[in-house]
Write a protein that binds this ligand. Sequence first.
Ligand SMILES: [Zn+2]
Length: 141
Amino acid sequence: MNQKRLQWFFDLAKAQARRSDVKYFHHGAVLARKSKIIETGFNHYVSNHDSCYIEYSALHAERDVIEKALKRGCALRGATIYVVRVNKRGQLRNSKPCQECAKLILEHGIRRVFYSISETDALKQEIVSLEDVPRVCKDKY
Ligand SMILES: [Zn+2]
């Protein structure tokens, strides 16, 4: 993939992150196949209705984009996902998918993950494998 195309997907994921309503970190994600966009998503709050309480938790951007694509019947096998995380000041931060999202990515046969690292080291590419799945899933979203 050429650098220009990569940057374009990355910028699109960043634009998605700006739509997030989650308090501390805004994540954006783009699913693509070659140069075509499959779906876009971002982390946001969802309500879980219990019998007496409504609890709000954040749906991760990776899950949001994958679920949206699946609802439309898109095939995800062999696709690429771009994930970006920005803080409140708009600075890029590490957006390596958490354990749950990494599992989801693997389950659907998504082959490559590009994620932001920091403002200075903007982008890292990873081929997802089970060994790379982070051990701890911290709720930083
Ligand atoms: Zn996650």
